[in-house]
Design a protein around this ligand. Structure first.
Ligand code: GCU
Length: 667
């Protein structure tokens, strides 16, 4: 690890079982060299031996890592098989990445993989694209700072308007790639989807800087992608138009793309936010988003690249007085009619919920509505709306719920299945902070992205267990059981705790405008952003039913269209997303909406107090610096949770006039 940087889930001690044994590595190639380097480093530290190829045939090995002639259909380029017989653990792979992932599998299993017998198991990723998008600006943006929605310091890739270039900085990028590879990530977009002027140049005259980053990530099997501006032919090329059907424009992209591949032969492709929140796009020229995406797909196709085209398209200049326009409908209205029109190397990247990474949203209806389109599901590891890495909020359960959701009901495919064509993409929560993620416990979210992309049906609790073992229990510690249960107590329910003290029952937002931290119940109520709660003296919520509302429920297939249509069947946690109800409406829980609001807000703060106490009790069992950082953040979380509680409870008490049935203090 780079010095001064938290080792996260790869502390040296996790390599002890491997590093104290004899390993044979068979195969050639740059990633096999990486595997060799890892094992050699571990052996140097822990006294084992590593041999490359069969220089010592017949020598007794404990572990064989081999790249060979295997049926690629069996486990693909990224999968591997592991087995143990006659005292030898054997990992075989058909591709170099598979060998790398096999190595990290061995690391994860620790001593267990060197004990007894193990029948052959094949592991391969369910999703072939497992990606992190960095919303990093090269230049510090006057409003957004360097990393848009970043809560972990500056960018890992860019500083002072240039790519980071010192040895130490590139070493940290390499370490980042290594951590990510150990979690299963294989792609990174290195700049913000909002492509400002400076960043537009990365595509052309500044591609060398991107190439240097790609060089640092490549040894860990990570391909580099770039966010590009749809207006690049105008802004960079001096053409009069960026019309995707214009020949000169198409030629410009073809040439620019050729130069990108000359600099980065394994370049992954382009990421595009078009006609969204002020970014340029094909609508300017009367063209469809399929026209736009396909133009870039055509430029990338000769080199095997992919265009990731975002579905986050909506009217951000809406009139709050107009209750017929519904932002939740926008992505489906724009994209569902285009199903089947996107080229084979175009992927439609869809946020998991219809609005914008709120603490609670239903699954976006777009995901189930485009069977003839490659869909990537986008989640947000950076905690824009979930406490900004000052609050503990373990998002594994939220993501897992979305990935396991079945848009056509129990017999249909899950969201995880539907993402096979495009992958899972997360907005990264990492930066140049010594703990990578600001809050050390937010590392769990970063870890989970790769693991859930590898297996979208994985149990998030098992993912958390893995992360805890690697990060906190690599060596003998006095009371591991107490540490494990303490960490689970702090993390397991933290998403629901956060939900309790913030916007209730799926209504969303209620955050401070702009930076989105802290409560402001009406902060967006009279704004153009399309994010309203419609609370008045009688009730609250957004009527999205077909019968009396915006008709959004009709974008779902059965059974969900029916389930969401009626407040009687709509799940409590999404009630106010789909319906406007009186404060006295009785939930399935048996509580009224107003009493639910009061109860959850008081409970949520108590849960934070409990979490803080549990964390304080783990001081002797956790690395002091890590412990101190999270302790400091707990103070802010508690302050913030109280602030939320008091804003929300007071607001609704004043609106409704209904007192708390339990007579607690509301200001
Ligand atoms: C949110 C976020 C923006 C971001 C946008 C996007 O609206 O606040 O900062 O640019 O999502 O996903 O493009």
């Amino acid at each position: 690890m780079a010095s001064g940087v938290d080792p996260a889930w790869l502390p040296p001690a996790v390599f002890r079982p491997l590093g104290s044994r004899r390993t044979l590595i068979a195969g050639t190639g740059p990633l096999v060299d990486t595997v060799h380097g890892e094992v050699a480093g571990a052996c140097a530290r822990f006294g084992g031996r590593v041999v490359r190829d069969a220089q010592e045939p017949g020598a007794p090995y404990d572990l064989v890592l081999e790249l060979g002639e295997h049926d690629p259909n069996e486990f693909g380029a990224e999968g591997f098989a592991v087995e143990r017989a006659d005292g030898v653990t054997r990992v075989t792979a058909a591709g170099q990445r598979g060998l790398l992932y096999g190595l990290f599998h061995v690391v994860r299993l620790g001593e267990a993989v060197f004990q007894g017998e193990l029948a052959r198991e094949v592991h391969s990723p369910a999703l072939s694209l497992r990606m992190l998008d960095h919303w990093d600006n090269v230049a510090v943006h006057p409003v957004m700072g360097q990393v848009e929605r970043g809560y972990s310091g500056g960018s890992l890739f860019w500083q002072d308007g240039r790519a980071r270039g010192s040895r130490a900085e590139l070493e940290r990028v390499r370490c980042y790639g290594r951590l990510l590879a150990a979690s299963g990530i294989n792609a990174i977009a290195v700049n913000n989807v909002n492509v400002h002027e400076t960043e537009a140049h990365l595509l052309t005259d500044r591609i060398g800087e991107v190439a240097a980053i790609a060089d640092a990530l490549r040894p860990y099997g990570i391909r580099t992608h770039l966010s590009v501006s749809f207006a690049a032919p105008v802004v960079l090329g001096g053409l009069p138009t960026a019309d995707p059907l214009d020949e000169a424009v198409r030629d410009w992209w073809a040439e620019a793309t050729g130069r990108v591949y000359a600099a980065i032969p394994d370049f992954g492709g382009y990421l595009v936010k078009a006609d969204s929140e002020g970014q340029p796009g094909p609508f300017t020229y009367g063209r469809s988003h399929a026209d736009g995406a396909n133009m870039l797909a055509a430029a990338l196709a000769p080199y095997g690249g992919t265009v990731h085209w975002r579905a986050f398209v909506y009217d951000h200049r809406q009139d709050w007085r107009d209750r017929s326009t519904d932002r939740a409908r926008a992505a489906y209205d724009h994209f569902a009619p285009l199903d089947g029109e996107f080229g084979p190397n175009a992927v439609l990247q869809v946020k998991h919920g219809p609005i914008d990474f709120q603490t609670r949203e239903p699954v976006s209806p777009v995901i189930g509505a485009m069977p003839n389109t490659r869909i990537a599901v986008e989640i947000q590891a950076t905690q824009e709306y979930t406490g900004q890495q000052r609050h503990v909020c373990w998002l594994g359960p939220m993501w897992s719920e979305a990935l396991r959701f079945r848009p056509e009901g129990a017999d249909g495919p899950s969201v995880g299945d539907l993402a096979r064509g495009g992958g899972l993409v997360a907005v990264s929560n990492a930066g140049d902070d010594p703990f990578w993620t600001g809050h050390p416990l937010a590392q769990a979210n970063l870890y989970a992205v790769g693991r859930l992309a590898w297996r979208p049906d994985a149990d998030p609790r098992a993912v958390l267990d893995e992360w805890i073992e690697l990060t906190f229990v690599p060596e003998e510690i006095p009371d591991p059981a107490r540490l494990r249960s303490g960490l689970h107590a702090v993390l397991d329910g933290s998403w629901r705790t956060y939900e309790k003290y913030t916007a209730p029952l799926g209504v969303g937002f209620m955050v401070q405008p702009g930076h989105h931290y802290g409560p402001s119940v009406d902060g967006y109520e009279y704004s153009p952003w399309g994010t309203y709660h419609f609370a008045d003296r009688d009730g609250i919520g957004v009527d999205r039913s077909q019968a009396t509302g915006t008709g959004f429920t009709g974008q779902y297939a059965k059974p969900w269209a029916e389930v969401y249509e009626s407040p009687e069947t709509c799940p409590d946690e999404l009630l106010l997303f789909f319906h406007h109800v009186p404060y006295g409406h009785v939930l399935h829980s048996g509580e009224t909406v107003i009493q639910h609001i009061y109860d959850t807000h008081f409970d949520g703060v108590e849960e934070v107090e409990d979490g803080r106490r549990v964390w304080a009790g783990l001081a002797a069992l956790v690395d002091p610096a890590r412990h101190a950082r999270a302790t400091e953040r707990y103070e802010e979380q508690l302050r913030g949770a109280r602030e939320w509680r008091d804003h929300i409870n007071t607001y609704f008490f004043r609106k409704s006039g209904v007192p708390d049935a339990r007579g607690r203090r509301i200001h």
